[in-house]
Design a protein around this ligand. Structure first.
Ligand code: AMP
Length: 546
């Protein structure tokens, strides 16, 4: 027997329509690419987005067409998103940190017809225009004054389109399983693959992220999404904030410590989200200037593992709670977050730290399991490492155009490519990407755990650990350290720092100081590049076995 409730398709345009009607005066504040701070409200943002929908319809955009954005976080970028998704077209977020040929690859693979772009990216688009045959039009997210200097052939001005089109547009009215967004994985192995979100998957993800134990934000919060809209939908915040009526503060192109702190203080930010490297820069700036936060209460950190030093600095020095979260483009992206259970919250702070450092527990709507290579389930005992698999209504089922073939196991779980443990409290901990795990004497060493501890050394700016071939043990860990500017250090200083904090047999066989630890397009340590750079390196312990 079927239920008898209303059929109300879960489409994301409803979030902005709700915000416009019920939180209409709540602001969206942006640091614009042109420089000044720009203020708008949800009511205005919805009207402007509808005008852009009409502009797209006038250009012949049809449901299912891919329309891309190449832009920083801003109110205009949000207007473009809702304009595209509201009419059933697919918003393809392009990551400007990709190399130009990868960018061209995904534009062509997606068959993007239109690209919304910030002024920042005109040079790269002009240089590679001829490699994007499917693209008919560029819409520059700027005003008429700045447009005068744009010399990209056929480019249109966003503000002119806003002025010349009517705000009367019909949004939604289609199946909730209609595609809404397209985001390509970073493609560390092979070509990037497209994750095609549906309205329904984004809608459900939004309801989940709005829970207290996930983002824990409400209408009185002021939210600064530093995590870019092109990195897994700013972790959903561009949907969650209008859904709950939170004020938004968008950082535009400036994500350095000083600029972020300025926005936090002038706009009264209470909540923010970003990858660890952003927070490291901010904390360095805070220490150097002696600044304090007046309003900031909580930050969600994910994308790569959060070092203890960051959690402690936020808590001990600034009274800010860090929530560690894990997810991936394929999971919309939030999969787990390390919100403490009632039992763990009773512990003294120092005893909570090991749990706060883990990636955490799944919310309702996400199922997790650990398996071995034969797909046999492994115990949740906190020590057994296994492949982390995930299932739920906002987890990828297939990649766009079928790339990669069948990606779910027999029970319908997606293999994340991460290796993890799950403890008795249900806290999952990522120990490595499957391809980065260090296999030493038949056992696995977690590169991430050593990195996090090494990062806590007062002289370290960044640390990375890779496995290097060893004649006796197969692989042994090598620690690479990028020192803070002006620092010098010795190998032994770092090895001594690790003593007692990791198992003896996990101790790196060597430490190398490097001028730069390379980061990839989503702010993660680029181990592939590090391995390439260290190709000729031989461990001092790698005596040939005779
Ligand atoms: P992306 O799709 O670019 O967001 O990358 C997803 C991958 O980033 C995951 O599969 C993990 O390997 C890694 N990742 C994300 N969040 C965390 C975290 N909190 N700790 C460790 N690794 C993480």
């Amino acid at each position: 027997m079927l239920g008898l409730m209303q059929d109300w398709p879960l489409t994301v345009d409803k979030f902005l329509t709700h915000a416009a009607q019920w939180h209409g005066r709540r602001e969206v504040v942006s640091r614009s690419v042109e420089g000044p701070i720009v203020r708008t409200t949800y009511a205005e943002l919805e009207q402007r987005a509808k005008r852009i929908s009409n502009a797209l319809l006038a250009m012949g955009v049809k449901p299912g067409d891919r329309v891309a954005t190449l832009a920083w976080n801003s109110g205009r970028h949000m207007e473009a998103w809702y304009a595209i998704m509201g009419i059933g077209a697919v918003c393809h977020t392009l990551n400007p940190r990709l190399f130009a040929d990868q960018l061209c690859y995904i534009i062509n693979h997606a068959e993007d017809r239109i690209i919304f772009t910030d002024l920042t990216f005109l040079p790269v688009l002009m240089e590679h225009r001829h490699q994007m045959p499917t693209v008919e039009t560029f819409i520059v997210l700027t005003d008429q004054d700045h447009m005068a200097k744009v010399d990209l052939k056929g480019a249109l001005c966003f503000e002119t389109l806003v002025e010349t089109h009517s705000p009367d547009a019909k949004w939604g009215g289609f199946d909730e399983n209609t595609a809404a967004g397209l985001c390509y994985t970073s493609g560390t192995t092979g070509n990037p693959k497209g994750v095609l979100y549906s309205h329904r998957s984004n809608f459900l993800h939004t309801l989940v992220t709005a829970q207290t134990d996930v983002m824990g934000i409400g209408s009185r919060d002021v939210v600064l999404p530093v995590v870019p809209m092109f990195h897994a939908n700013a972790w959903g915040l561009t949907f969650t904030c209008p859904a709950i009526g939170a004020k938004m503060v968008m950082p535009g192109p400036k994500m350095d410590g000083e600029s972020i702190l300025e926005l936090i203080e002038t706009e009264g930010v209470t909540f923010s989200a970003a990858v660890p490297t952003v927070w490291q820069m901010l904390l360095q700036h805070m220490r150097a200037t002696g600044a304090k936060f007046s309003t900031l209460k909580r930050v969600v950190i994910g994308g790569s593992a959060v070092p203890e030093a960051i959690i402690r600095a936020f808590h001990d020095d600034y009274g800010v709670e860090v929530i560690h979260a894990w997810g991936m483009t394929e999971t919309s992206p939030l999969g787990t977050q390390a919100s403490l259970t009632a039992e763990l919250a009773e512990l003294p702070y120092d005893e909570q730290i090991p749990y706060r450092l883990k990636q955490g527990r799944p919310p309702a709507g996400v199922q997790l399991k650990l398996t071995d290579d034969e797909d046999k389930r492994l115990p949740h005992d906190g020590t057994t490492f296994g492949r982390l698999k995930i299932k739920g209504p906002f987890i990828v089922g297939r990649y766009f155009k079928g790339d990669g073939g069948e990606i779910l196991d027999e029970e319908g779980f997606f293999d994340t490519g991460d290796v993890a443990t799950i403890d008795q409290h249900g806290f999952m901990q990522i120990t490595d990407r499957a391809k980065d795990v260090i296999k030493s004497g038949g056992e696995w060493i977690s590169s991430i755990e050593i990195e996090n501890i090494a990062c806590g050394h007062p002289k370290a700016a960044l640390a990375a650990v890779i496995g290097v071939a060893h004649p006796k043990w197969d692989e042994r860990p090598l620690l690479l350290v990028q020192l803070k500017p002006g620092e010098t250090a010795t190998r032994d200083e770092f090895l001594e720092f690790l003593v007692g904090k990791i198992a003896k047999w996990w101790m790196p066989d060597d430490v190398q100081f490097v001028s730069e630890i390379p980061l990839g397009a989503t702010g993660k340590i680029d181990k592939k590049l590090i391995r390439q750079r260290m190709a000729g390196y031989v461990l001092p312990t790698a005596e040939p076995v005779g």
